[in-house]
Write a protein that binds this ligand. Structure first.
Ligand code: PEP
Ligand code: MG
Length: 575
Protein backbone atom coordinates (compact mmCIF):
# COMPACT_ATOMS: atom_id res chain seq x y z
CA UNK A 1 0.00 0.00 0.00
CA UNK A 2 1.28 3.46 -0.90
CA UNK A 3 0.26 6.49 1.13
CA UNK A 4 -0.05 9.90 -0.46
CA UNK A 5 -2.23 12.99 -0.29
CA UNK A 6 -5.98 12.57 -0.74
CA UNK A 7 -6.74 14.86 -3.68
CA UNK A 8 -10.20 13.91 -4.95
CA UNK A 9 -12.62 11.65 -3.04
CA UNK A 10 -13.96 8.28 -4.06
CA UNK A 11 -12.70 4.77 -4.68
CA UNK A 12 -11.58 3.60 -8.05
CA UNK A 13 -10.56 0.06 -8.93
CA UNK A 14 -8.91 -0.40 -12.31
CA UNK A 15 -5.72 -1.29 -14.12
CA UNK A 16 -2.77 1.07 -14.09
CA UNK A 17 -1.84 3.08 -17.15
CA UNK A 18 1.61 4.60 -16.82
CA UNK A 19 1.66 7.75 -18.81
CA UNK A 20 5.34 8.32 -19.33
CA UNK A 21 6.24 4.79 -20.25
CA UNK A 22 3.42 4.68 -22.78
CA UNK A 23 4.28 7.98 -24.34
CA UNK A 24 8.03 7.75 -24.52
CA UNK A 25 8.74 4.25 -25.68
CA UNK A 26 11.75 4.93 -27.80
CA UNK A 27 13.38 1.78 -28.98
CA UNK A 28 17.04 1.32 -29.70
CA UNK A 29 16.55 -0.42 -33.06
CA UNK A 30 19.61 -1.52 -35.05
CA UNK A 31 19.85 0.14 -38.46
CA UNK A 32 21.85 -1.77 -41.10
CA UNK A 33 24.47 0.24 -42.99
CA UNK A 34 22.52 0.48 -46.31
CA UNK A 35 19.52 1.98 -44.49
CA UNK A 36 21.43 4.77 -42.78
CA UNK A 37 20.79 7.28 -45.55
CA UNK A 38 17.09 6.61 -45.23
CA UNK A 39 17.28 7.12 -41.47
CA UNK A 40 19.01 10.49 -41.98
CA UNK A 41 16.33 11.49 -44.47
CA UNK A 42 13.65 10.55 -41.94
CA UNK A 43 15.31 12.79 -39.38
CA UNK A 44 15.52 15.71 -41.83
CA UNK A 45 11.90 15.27 -42.79
CA UNK A 46 10.88 15.39 -39.15
CA UNK A 47 12.88 18.60 -38.70
CA UNK A 48 11.21 20.19 -41.72
CA UNK A 49 7.77 19.12 -40.56
CA UNK A 50 8.39 20.48 -37.07
CA UNK A 51 9.65 23.74 -38.51
CA UNK A 52 6.53 24.18 -40.59
CA UNK A 53 4.32 23.37 -37.59
CA UNK A 54 6.04 26.04 -35.53
CA UNK A 55 5.83 28.60 -38.35
CA UNK A 56 2.12 27.87 -38.61
CA UNK A 57 1.58 28.45 -34.91
CA UNK A 58 3.57 31.68 -35.15
CA UNK A 59 1.49 32.85 -38.10
CA UNK A 60 -1.75 32.16 -36.28
CA UNK A 61 -0.59 34.03 -33.20
CA UNK A 62 0.67 36.98 -35.26
CA UNK A 63 -2.69 37.25 -36.99
CA UNK A 64 -4.57 37.39 -33.73
CA UNK A 65 -2.18 39.19 -31.43
CA UNK A 66 0.85 41.38 -31.36
CA UNK A 67 3.96 40.04 -33.06
CA UNK A 68 5.92 39.84 -29.82
CA UNK A 69 3.83 36.90 -28.64
CA UNK A 70 4.94 34.84 -31.56
CA UNK A 71 8.54 35.48 -30.70
CA UNK A 72 8.63 32.84 -28.03
CA UNK A 73 8.73 30.33 -30.87
CA UNK A 74 11.84 31.90 -32.39
CA UNK A 75 13.82 30.13 -29.71
CA UNK A 76 12.21 26.86 -30.82
CA UNK A 77 13.20 27.52 -34.42
CA UNK A 78 16.76 28.24 -33.35
CA UNK A 79 17.01 24.83 -31.72
CA UNK A 80 15.74 23.21 -34.91
CA UNK A 81 18.30 25.05 -37.01
CA UNK A 82 21.22 24.38 -34.71
CA UNK A 83 23.79 22.82 -37.05
CA UNK A 84 25.90 21.54 -34.20
CA UNK A 85 23.03 19.56 -32.76
CA UNK A 86 21.96 18.19 -36.13
CA UNK A 87 25.47 17.18 -37.11
CA UNK A 88 26.04 15.53 -33.78
CA UNK A 89 22.93 13.41 -34.28
CA UNK A 90 24.00 12.39 -37.78
CA UNK A 91 27.53 11.61 -36.67
CA UNK A 92 26.31 9.40 -33.80
CA UNK A 93 23.84 7.72 -36.10
CA UNK A 94 26.58 6.73 -38.52
CA UNK A 95 28.74 5.47 -35.69
CA UNK A 96 26.19 3.67 -33.51
CA UNK A 97 23.78 2.52 -36.23
CA UNK A 98 20.65 2.66 -34.09
CA UNK A 99 17.30 4.37 -34.71
CA UNK A 100 17.52 8.12 -35.07
CA UNK A 101 14.86 8.89 -32.44
CA UNK A 102 17.00 7.11 -29.87
CA UNK A 103 20.12 9.06 -30.86
CA UNK A 104 18.19 12.32 -31.02
CA UNK A 105 16.89 11.74 -27.49
CA UNK A 106 20.40 11.02 -26.22
CA UNK A 107 21.89 14.14 -27.81
CA UNK A 108 18.99 16.24 -26.58
CA UNK A 109 19.44 14.92 -23.05
CA UNK A 110 23.15 15.80 -23.21
CA UNK A 111 22.32 19.37 -24.28
CA UNK A 112 19.71 19.75 -21.56
CA UNK A 113 22.18 18.49 -19.03
CA UNK A 114 24.82 21.04 -20.14
CA UNK A 115 22.29 23.89 -20.03
CA UNK A 116 21.04 22.88 -16.59
CA UNK A 117 24.53 23.42 -15.18
CA UNK A 118 25.01 26.90 -16.63
CA UNK A 119 24.92 29.65 -14.07
CA UNK A 120 22.73 31.91 -16.17
CA UNK A 121 19.01 32.05 -15.66
CA UNK A 122 18.23 32.93 -19.29
CA UNK A 123 20.27 30.08 -20.71
CA UNK A 124 18.93 27.63 -18.16
CA UNK A 125 15.42 28.50 -19.25
CA UNK A 126 16.28 27.39 -22.78
CA UNK A 127 16.00 23.81 -21.47
CA UNK A 128 12.25 24.24 -21.71
CA UNK A 129 12.53 25.26 -25.37
CA UNK A 130 14.85 22.35 -26.14
CA UNK A 131 12.45 19.99 -24.38
CA UNK A 132 9.41 21.35 -26.21
CA UNK A 133 11.01 21.22 -29.63
CA UNK A 134 12.43 17.83 -28.86
CA UNK A 135 8.94 16.53 -28.09
CA UNK A 136 7.63 17.84 -31.39
CA UNK A 137 10.46 16.31 -33.40
CA UNK A 138 9.99 12.99 -31.61
CA UNK A 139 6.30 13.10 -32.27
CA UNK A 140 6.96 13.52 -35.95
CA UNK A 141 9.61 10.80 -35.97
CA UNK A 142 7.34 8.36 -34.20
CA UNK A 143 4.33 9.52 -36.18
CA UNK A 144 2.09 9.83 -33.16
CA UNK A 145 0.36 12.27 -30.90
CA UNK A 146 2.28 13.02 -27.76
CA UNK A 147 0.20 15.80 -26.28
CA UNK A 148 -3.08 14.09 -25.73
CA UNK A 149 -3.97 10.94 -23.93
CA UNK A 150 -6.07 8.67 -26.09
CA UNK A 151 -9.48 7.44 -25.02
CA UNK A 152 -8.96 4.09 -23.32
CA UNK A 153 -10.87 0.97 -24.29
CA UNK A 154 -11.27 -0.19 -20.72
CA UNK A 155 -11.29 1.98 -17.59
CA UNK A 156 -7.79 2.81 -16.36
CA UNK A 157 -6.12 4.72 -13.56
CA UNK A 158 -3.50 7.08 -14.91
CA UNK A 159 -0.18 7.00 -13.07
CA UNK A 160 2.22 9.85 -13.82
CA UNK A 161 5.11 11.70 -12.29
CA UNK A 162 3.13 14.91 -12.66
CA UNK A 163 0.11 16.12 -14.55
CA UNK A 164 -0.17 19.78 -15.39
CA UNK A 165 -3.63 21.35 -15.05
CA UNK A 166 -3.88 21.34 -18.84
CA UNK A 167 -2.98 17.61 -18.98
CA UNK A 168 -5.64 16.92 -16.38
CA UNK A 169 -8.28 18.71 -18.40
CA UNK A 170 -7.63 16.38 -21.30
CA UNK A 171 -8.32 13.34 -19.09
CA UNK A 172 -11.96 14.17 -19.26
CA UNK A 173 -14.21 11.53 -20.87
CA UNK A 174 -11.36 9.23 -21.81
CA UNK A 175 -12.38 6.27 -19.69
CA UNK A 176 -9.96 7.37 -16.99
CA UNK A 177 -11.35 6.54 -13.58
CA UNK A 178 -8.60 7.78 -11.34
CA UNK A 179 -5.23 9.34 -11.25
CA UNK A 180 -2.11 9.08 -9.25
CA UNK A 181 0.93 11.36 -9.29
CA UNK A 182 4.33 11.35 -7.64
CA UNK A 183 4.21 15.09 -6.93
CA UNK A 184 1.51 17.65 -6.06
CA UNK A 185 -0.51 18.91 -3.08
CA UNK A 186 -4.17 18.94 -2.10
CA UNK A 187 -4.89 22.41 -3.41
CA UNK A 188 -2.74 22.22 -6.53
CA UNK A 189 -4.88 22.96 -9.56
CA UNK A 190 -4.42 19.44 -10.81
CA UNK A 191 -6.14 18.15 -7.66
CA UNK A 192 -8.90 20.76 -7.89
CA UNK A 193 -9.65 19.75 -11.48
CA UNK A 194 -9.79 16.09 -10.50
CA UNK A 195 -12.49 16.98 -7.97
CA UNK A 196 -14.34 18.99 -10.61
CA UNK A 197 -14.22 16.10 -13.02
CA UNK A 198 -15.25 13.78 -10.20
CA UNK A 199 -12.22 11.55 -10.80
CA UNK A 200 -10.79 10.08 -7.56
CA UNK A 201 -7.15 11.06 -7.17
CA UNK A 202 -4.14 10.63 -4.91
CA UNK A 203 -1.17 12.95 -5.37
CA UNK A 204 2.24 13.41 -3.77
CA UNK A 205 3.03 9.66 -3.68
CA UNK A 206 6.70 10.42 -4.40
CA UNK A 207 7.59 7.16 -6.17
CA UNK A 208 4.35 5.68 -7.49
CA UNK A 209 5.69 5.65 -11.05
CA UNK A 210 8.55 3.43 -9.87
CA UNK A 211 6.44 1.06 -7.77
CA UNK A 212 3.51 0.61 -10.12
CA UNK A 213 3.84 -1.27 -13.39
CA UNK A 214 1.60 -0.96 -16.40
CA UNK A 215 -1.57 -3.10 -16.05
CA UNK A 216 -1.13 -3.68 -12.30
CA UNK A 217 -4.55 -3.81 -10.67
CA UNK A 218 -4.96 -0.79 -8.42
CA UNK A 219 -7.33 0.26 -5.68
CA UNK A 220 -7.22 4.02 -5.41
CA UNK A 221 -8.85 5.54 -2.35
CA UNK A 222 -9.04 9.25 -2.99
CA UNK A 223 -10.68 9.90 0.38
CA UNK A 224 -7.92 8.27 2.42
CA UNK A 225 -5.09 9.05 0.02
CA UNK A 226 -3.99 5.44 -0.43
CA UNK A 227 -3.19 3.19 -3.36
CA UNK A 228 -3.10 -0.61 -3.12
CA UNK A 229 -1.16 -2.45 -5.81
CA UNK A 230 -2.42 -5.88 -6.90
CA UNK A 231 -4.70 -6.44 -3.87
CA UNK A 232 -5.67 -9.89 -2.61
CA UNK A 233 -9.25 -11.12 -3.00
CA UNK A 234 -10.31 -10.17 0.50
CA UNK A 235 -9.05 -6.58 0.20
CA UNK A 236 -10.68 -6.24 -3.18
CA UNK A 237 -14.00 -7.42 -1.75
CA UNK A 238 -13.73 -4.98 1.15
CA UNK A 239 -13.17 -2.03 -1.19
CA UNK A 240 -15.94 -3.03 -3.58
CA UNK A 241 -18.30 -3.00 -0.59
CA UNK A 242 -16.96 0.35 0.56
CA UNK A 243 -17.40 1.73 -2.94
CA UNK A 244 -21.06 0.64 -2.80
CA UNK A 245 -21.53 2.25 0.61
CA UNK A 246 -20.05 5.50 -0.57
CA UNK A 247 -22.38 5.49 -3.54
CA UNK A 248 -25.39 4.91 -1.26
CA UNK A 249 -24.26 7.72 1.03
CA UNK A 250 -23.82 10.02 -1.94
CA UNK A 251 -27.35 9.24 -3.10
CA UNK A 252 -28.73 9.87 0.38
CA UNK A 253 -27.08 13.29 0.53
CA UNK A 254 -28.42 14.16 -2.89
CA UNK A 255 -31.91 14.05 -1.40
CA UNK A 256 -31.04 17.37 0.29
CA UNK A 257 -30.88 18.93 -3.15
CA UNK A 258 -34.02 21.03 -2.92
CA UNK A 259 -33.84 21.84 0.78
CA UNK A 260 -32.54 25.26 1.85
CA UNK A 261 -29.02 25.64 3.16
CA UNK A 262 -29.80 26.86 6.67
CA UNK A 263 -28.89 26.03 10.24
CA UNK A 264 -31.34 24.45 12.69
CA UNK A 265 -31.97 27.92 14.15
CA UNK A 266 -32.86 29.33 10.74
CA UNK A 267 -29.66 31.11 9.76
CA UNK A 268 -29.44 31.11 5.95
CA UNK A 269 -26.11 30.49 4.21
CA UNK A 270 -25.42 30.86 0.52
CA UNK A 271 -23.99 27.63 -0.90
CA UNK A 272 -22.42 27.85 -4.34
CA UNK A 273 -20.12 25.83 -6.55
CA UNK A 274 -16.69 26.36 -8.08
CA UNK A 275 -16.34 25.50 -11.74
CA UNK A 276 -13.64 25.46 -14.36
CA UNK A 277 -15.73 24.64 -17.43
CA UNK A 278 -19.29 25.47 -18.56
CA UNK A 279 -19.81 21.72 -19.08
CA UNK A 280 -19.96 21.37 -15.30
CA UNK A 281 -23.31 23.18 -15.06
CA UNK A 282 -25.46 20.01 -15.11
CA UNK A 283 -23.41 18.61 -12.17
CA UNK A 284 -23.76 21.94 -10.35
CA UNK A 285 -27.54 21.85 -10.69
CA UNK A 286 -27.77 18.16 -9.90
CA UNK A 287 -25.94 18.67 -6.60
CA UNK A 288 -28.26 21.46 -5.48
CA UNK A 289 -25.92 24.42 -5.65
CA UNK A 290 -27.54 27.84 -5.49
CA UNK A 291 -25.09 29.62 -7.70
CA UNK A 292 -21.52 29.71 -8.90
CA UNK A 293 -19.15 31.31 -6.43
CA UNK A 294 -16.06 30.93 -8.60
CA UNK A 295 -15.78 30.38 -12.32
CA UNK A 296 -12.07 29.88 -13.04
CA UNK A 297 -11.99 31.30 -16.56
CA UNK A 298 -8.30 30.73 -17.19
CA UNK A 299 -8.98 27.21 -18.48
CA UNK A 300 -10.33 28.90 -21.55
CA UNK A 301 -6.81 29.87 -22.45
CA UNK A 302 -5.31 26.43 -22.03
CA UNK A 303 -4.66 23.64 -24.52
CA UNK A 304 -4.76 25.93 -27.52
CA UNK A 305 -2.31 27.93 -29.57
CA UNK A 306 -4.37 31.10 -29.95
CA UNK A 307 -6.21 33.39 -27.56
CA UNK A 308 -9.97 33.10 -27.10
CA UNK A 309 -11.77 36.00 -28.74
CA UNK A 310 -14.57 38.09 -27.24
CA UNK A 311 -17.31 36.03 -28.88
CA UNK A 312 -15.99 32.79 -27.41
CA UNK A 313 -15.86 34.31 -23.94
CA UNK A 314 -19.29 35.83 -24.41
CA UNK A 315 -20.90 32.59 -25.55
CA UNK A 316 -19.67 30.68 -22.51
CA UNK A 317 -20.56 33.37 -19.99
CA UNK A 318 -24.00 33.84 -21.51
CA UNK A 319 -24.60 30.09 -21.41
CA UNK A 320 -23.58 29.88 -17.75
CA UNK A 321 -25.58 33.01 -16.85
CA UNK A 322 -28.73 31.67 -18.50
CA UNK A 323 -28.43 28.16 -17.11
CA UNK A 324 -27.92 29.40 -13.55
CA UNK A 325 -30.44 32.27 -13.70
CA UNK A 326 -31.85 33.67 -11.43
CA UNK A 327 -28.96 32.49 -9.25
CA UNK A 328 -25.69 34.41 -9.35
CA UNK A 329 -22.50 33.45 -11.15
CA UNK A 330 -19.22 34.99 -10.05
CA UNK A 331 -16.83 35.15 -12.95
CA UNK A 332 -13.25 35.47 -11.88
CA UNK A 333 -11.11 37.32 -14.38
CA UNK A 334 -8.06 35.67 -15.86
CA UNK A 335 -5.89 34.14 -13.12
CA UNK A 336 -2.97 32.67 -15.01
CA UNK A 337 0.40 32.01 -13.51
CA UNK A 338 1.60 29.91 -10.59
CA UNK A 339 0.88 26.35 -11.67
CA UNK A 340 -1.42 27.47 -14.50
CA UNK A 341 0.82 28.20 -17.45
CA UNK A 342 -0.16 29.28 -20.95
CA UNK A 343 2.49 29.55 -23.63
CA UNK A 344 0.60 31.77 -26.08
CA UNK A 345 0.60 34.75 -23.71
CA UNK A 346 4.37 34.82 -23.69
CA UNK A 347 4.60 34.93 -19.92
CA UNK A 348 8.21 33.98 -19.29
CA UNK A 349 9.00 31.12 -16.94
CA UNK A 350 9.98 32.66 -13.64
CA UNK A 351 12.03 31.66 -10.60
CA UNK A 352 8.99 32.07 -8.32
CA UNK A 353 5.92 31.72 -10.51
CA UNK A 354 3.53 31.90 -7.55
CA UNK A 355 5.01 35.28 -6.67
CA UNK A 356 5.43 36.44 -10.21
CA UNK A 357 3.88 38.32 -13.06
CA UNK A 358 0.46 36.72 -12.93
CA UNK A 359 -3.31 37.13 -12.54
CA UNK A 360 -4.40 40.76 -12.05
CA UNK A 361 -0.78 41.92 -12.36
CA UNK A 362 -0.67 40.51 -15.84
CA UNK A 363 -4.14 41.88 -16.72
CA UNK A 364 -3.26 45.40 -15.64
CA UNK A 365 -0.08 45.30 -17.70
CA UNK A 366 -1.95 43.94 -20.71
CA UNK A 367 -5.26 45.83 -20.69
CA UNK A 368 -6.02 44.81 -24.29
CA UNK A 369 -6.24 41.15 -23.17
CA UNK A 370 -8.12 42.09 -19.97
CA UNK A 371 -10.66 44.25 -21.78
CA UNK A 372 -11.69 41.48 -24.17
CA UNK A 373 -12.76 39.43 -21.17
CA UNK A 374 -14.43 42.31 -19.31
CA UNK A 375 -16.44 43.28 -22.39
CA UNK A 376 -17.65 39.71 -22.80
CA UNK A 377 -18.64 39.44 -19.12
CA UNK A 378 -20.53 42.73 -19.23
CA UNK A 379 -22.36 41.80 -22.43
CA UNK A 380 -23.33 38.42 -20.92
CA UNK A 381 -24.52 40.11 -17.72
CA UNK A 382 -27.63 41.15 -19.66
CA UNK A 383 -28.71 37.49 -19.73
CA UNK A 384 -28.51 36.50 -16.07
CA UNK A 385 -27.00 37.49 -12.74
CA UNK A 386 -23.26 37.83 -13.23
CA UNK A 387 -20.69 39.24 -10.84
CA UNK A 388 -17.06 40.08 -11.52
CA UNK A 389 -14.20 39.09 -9.25
CA UNK A 390 -10.53 40.06 -9.51
CA UNK A 391 -7.89 37.52 -8.42
CA UNK A 392 -4.64 38.18 -6.52
CA UNK A 393 -5.39 41.70 -5.38
CA UNK A 394 -2.51 42.77 -3.14
CA UNK A 395 -3.47 46.38 -2.42
CA UNK A 396 -5.73 49.29 -3.17
CA UNK A 397 -3.82 50.59 -6.21
CA UNK A 398 -4.41 47.41 -8.16
CA UNK A 399 -8.05 47.34 -7.22
CA UNK A 400 -8.58 50.95 -8.30
CA UNK A 401 -6.77 50.36 -11.59
CA UNK A 402 -8.87 47.30 -12.35
CA UNK A 403 -12.04 49.26 -11.57
CA UNK A 404 -10.90 52.09 -13.85
CA UNK A 405 -10.42 49.67 -16.74
CA UNK A 406 -13.84 48.17 -16.01
CA UNK A 407 -15.35 51.66 -16.07
CA UNK A 408 -13.76 52.37 -19.46
CA UNK A 409 -15.22 49.18 -20.87
CA UNK A 410 -18.65 50.06 -19.46
CA UNK A 411 -18.50 53.51 -21.06
CA UNK A 412 -17.51 52.00 -24.37
CA UNK A 413 -20.52 49.65 -24.26
CA UNK A 414 -22.81 52.53 -23.33
CA UNK A 415 -21.56 54.54 -26.29
CA UNK A 416 -22.28 51.60 -28.56
CA UNK A 417 -25.69 51.13 -26.91
CA UNK A 418 -24.92 47.53 -25.96
CA UNK A 419 -26.99 46.22 -23.04
CA UNK A 420 -25.35 45.12 -19.81
CA UNK A 421 -26.15 45.03 -16.10
CA UNK A 422 -25.13 48.49 -14.93
CA UNK A 423 -25.29 47.43 -11.28
CA UNK A 424 -23.12 44.38 -11.73
CA UNK A 425 -21.44 43.52 -8.42
CA UNK A 426 -17.66 43.61 -8.31
CA UNK A 427 -15.59 41.75 -5.75
CA UNK A 428 -12.02 41.01 -4.84
CA UNK A 429 -10.47 37.73 -3.95
CA UNK A 430 -8.68 38.02 -0.65
CA UNK A 431 -5.84 35.57 -1.03
CA UNK A 432 -2.74 37.59 -0.24
CA UNK A 433 -1.92 38.46 3.39
CA UNK A 434 -1.44 42.15 2.49
CA UNK A 435 -5.02 42.25 1.19
CA UNK A 436 -6.31 40.39 4.24
CA UNK A 437 -4.69 42.91 6.55
CA UNK A 438 -5.83 45.97 4.61
CA UNK A 439 -9.28 44.74 3.69
CA UNK A 440 -10.83 47.70 5.52
CA UNK A 441 -9.31 49.87 2.77
CA UNK A 442 -10.29 47.49 -0.03
CA UNK A 443 -13.86 47.14 1.24
CA UNK A 444 -14.63 50.69 0.11
CA UNK A 445 -14.06 49.76 -3.53
CA UNK A 446 -15.98 46.48 -3.84
CA UNK A 447 -19.34 44.82 -3.22
CA UNK A 448 -17.97 41.60 -1.77
CA UNK A 449 -14.92 39.62 -0.74
CA UNK A 450 -14.24 36.02 -1.57
CA UNK A 451 -11.49 34.43 0.50
CA UNK A 452 -9.10 32.32 -1.54
CA UNK A 453 -7.59 30.11 1.12
CA UNK A 454 -5.68 27.96 -1.35
CA UNK A 455 -3.35 30.87 -1.92
CA UNK A 456 -3.89 32.70 1.36
CA UNK A 457 -2.56 29.66 3.24
CA UNK A 458 0.43 29.24 0.95
CA UNK A 459 1.35 32.91 1.18
CA UNK A 460 0.79 33.37 4.91
CA UNK A 461 2.52 30.15 5.96
CA UNK A 462 5.14 30.21 3.16
CA UNK A 463 4.15 26.72 2.02
CA UNK A 464 3.97 25.93 -1.69
CA UNK A 465 0.48 24.52 -2.19
CA UNK A 466 1.68 22.02 -4.79
CA UNK A 467 4.71 20.65 -2.95
CA UNK A 468 4.08 17.26 -1.35
CA UNK A 469 7.24 17.44 0.79
CA UNK A 470 5.90 20.28 2.90
CA UNK A 471 2.22 19.35 2.70
CA UNK A 472 2.25 18.67 6.45
CA UNK A 473 2.81 22.40 7.01
CA UNK A 474 -0.14 23.41 4.85
CA UNK A 475 -2.61 23.96 7.70
CA UNK A 476 -5.94 25.67 7.04
CA UNK A 477 -6.60 25.80 10.80
CA UNK A 478 -3.28 27.43 11.66
CA UNK A 479 -4.08 30.25 14.11
CA UNK A 480 -2.45 32.74 11.73
CA UNK A 481 -4.81 31.73 8.93
CA UNK A 482 -7.87 31.76 11.20
CA UNK A 483 -6.99 35.25 12.47
CA UNK A 484 -6.75 36.53 8.91
CA UNK A 485 -10.08 34.92 7.97
CA UNK A 486 -11.76 36.29 11.10
CA UNK A 487 -10.50 39.77 10.29
CA UNK A 488 -11.71 39.63 6.68
CA UNK A 489 -15.23 38.53 7.68
CA UNK A 490 -15.55 41.11 10.47
CA UNK A 491 -14.26 43.94 8.31
CA UNK A 492 -16.60 42.98 5.48
CA UNK A 493 -19.58 43.09 7.84
CA UNK A 494 -18.45 46.39 9.40
CA UNK A 495 -18.44 47.83 5.89
CA UNK A 496 -21.80 46.43 4.91
CA UNK A 497 -20.53 43.93 2.34
CA UNK A 498 -20.62 40.14 2.34
CA UNK A 499 -17.72 37.72 2.66
CA UNK A 500 -17.57 34.33 1.02
CA UNK A 501 -14.91 31.70 0.52
CA UNK A 502 -14.03 29.90 -2.68
CA UNK A 503 -10.85 28.24 -1.43
CA UNK A 504 -10.95 24.48 -0.90
CA UNK A 505 -11.09 24.93 2.88
CA UNK A 506 -14.80 25.78 2.60
CA UNK A 507 -15.49 22.33 1.16
CA UNK A 508 -14.05 20.34 4.08
CA UNK A 509 -16.95 19.53 6.43
CA UNK A 510 -15.02 20.11 9.68
CA UNK A 511 -13.51 23.39 8.51
CA UNK A 512 -16.94 24.47 7.25
CA UNK A 513 -18.04 24.45 10.89
CA UNK A 514 -15.20 26.79 11.85
CA UNK A 515 -16.11 29.13 9.01
CA UNK A 516 -19.79 29.07 9.85
CA UNK A 517 -18.98 30.06 13.41
CA UNK A 518 -16.70 32.84 12.18
CA UNK A 519 -19.68 34.31 10.32
CA UNK A 520 -18.90 33.43 6.70
CA UNK A 521 -21.86 34.38 4.46
CA UNK A 522 -21.18 32.29 1.39
CA UNK A 523 -19.46 28.93 0.82
CA UNK A 524 -18.34 28.10 -2.69
CA UNK A 525 -17.14 24.54 -3.06
CA UNK A 526 -16.54 21.83 -5.63
CA UNK A 527 -19.95 20.66 -6.98
CA UNK A 528 -19.54 17.14 -5.58
CA UNK A 529 -19.14 18.35 -2.01
CA UNK A 530 -22.12 20.73 -2.08
CA UNK A 531 -24.48 18.10 -0.53
CA UNK A 532 -22.02 17.24 2.26
CA UNK A 533 -21.60 20.90 3.24
CA UNK A 534 -25.35 21.44 3.14
CA UNK A 535 -25.74 18.44 5.42
CA UNK A 536 -23.29 19.94 7.92
CA UNK A 537 -24.96 23.34 7.94
CA UNK A 538 -28.43 21.86 8.27
CA UNK A 539 -27.32 19.75 11.25
CA UNK A 540 -26.23 22.52 13.64
CA UNK A 541 -27.44 25.57 15.52
CA UNK A 542 -25.42 28.68 14.75
CA UNK A 543 -25.30 29.57 18.43
CA UNK A 544 -23.63 26.24 19.32
CA UNK A 545 -21.15 26.62 16.50
CA UNK A 546 -20.23 30.13 17.63
CA UNK A 547 -19.51 28.81 21.08
CA UNK A 548 -17.39 26.01 19.63
CA UNK A 549 -15.37 28.52 17.58
CA UNK A 550 -14.72 30.68 20.64
CA UNK A 551 -13.20 27.60 22.29
CA UNK A 552 -11.30 26.57 19.16
CA UNK A 553 -9.66 29.99 18.86
CA UNK A 554 -8.17 29.59 22.32
CA UNK A 555 -6.06 26.64 21.10
CA UNK A 556 -2.53 27.35 20.01
CA UNK A 557 -1.71 25.15 17.03
CA UNK A 558 -3.30 24.22 13.73
CA UNK A 559 -3.13 20.51 14.61
CA UNK A 560 -4.98 21.03 17.91
CA UNK A 561 -7.66 23.14 16.28
CA UNK A 562 -8.14 20.62 13.49
CA UNK A 563 -8.51 17.73 15.95
CA UNK A 564 -10.93 19.72 18.08
CA UNK A 565 -12.94 20.61 14.97
CA UNK A 566 -13.12 17.02 13.75
CA UNK A 567 -14.33 15.91 17.16
CA UNK A 568 -17.05 18.55 17.15
CA UNK A 569 -18.12 17.51 13.64
CA UNK A 570 -18.54 13.90 14.82
CA UNK A 571 -20.65 15.03 17.76
CA UNK A 572 -23.03 17.27 15.88
CA UNK A 573 -23.38 15.85 12.38
CA UNK A 574 -24.95 12.50 11.76
CA UNK A 575 -24.15 10.53 8.63
C1 PEP B 1 -7.70 30.25 -3.95
O1 PEP B 1 -6.56 30.66 -4.10
O2 PEP B 1 -8.18 29.88 -2.85
C2 PEP B 1 -8.62 30.15 -5.10
C3 PEP B 1 -9.88 29.84 -4.94
O3 PEP B 1 -8.10 30.37 -6.34
P1 PEP B 1 -7.19 29.33 -7.11
O4 PEP B 1 -7.28 28.00 -6.42
O5 PEP B 1 -7.68 29.27 -8.51
O6 PEP B 1 -5.83 29.93 -6.99
MG1 MG C 1 -5.90 31.71 -5.89
Amino acid sequence: MLKGIAAAPGISIAKAFLLDSEEFVIQQRHIPEPELAEEIARFEEALIKTRSEILNIQKKITEEMEVEHAEIFNAHLLVLEDRMLIEEVIEHLKKEKVSVEYIFMEVLKKYMDIFSKIDDEYLRERIIDIGDVGKRVLKNLLGKQLETIKTQEEPVIVVAYNLSPSDTVTLHRKNITGFITDVGGRTSHTAIIARSLRIPAVVGLENATKKIKNSDLLILDGTEGTVIINPDKQTLKKYIEQQKKQEEFRKRLLKLKNLPCETLDGHRIELSANIEFPEEIPAVLQHGSEGIGLYRTEYFYMNRTDLPDEEEHFKSYKYVAQKMSPNPVIIRTLDLGGDKFVSQLNIPREMNPFLGWRAIRFCLARPEVFKVQLRAILRASHFGKLKIMYPMISGIEELKKANTILKEVKQELERKKIDFDEDIEVGAMIEIPSAALTCDILAKEVDFFSIGTNDLIQYSLAVDRANEKIAYLYEPAHPAVLRLIKNIIEVAHDNGIWAGMCGEMAGEPHFALLLLGLGLDEFSVSPIVVPAIKNVIRSVKLEDVREFVREALKLTSGKQIEEFTKKFLKEVVSY
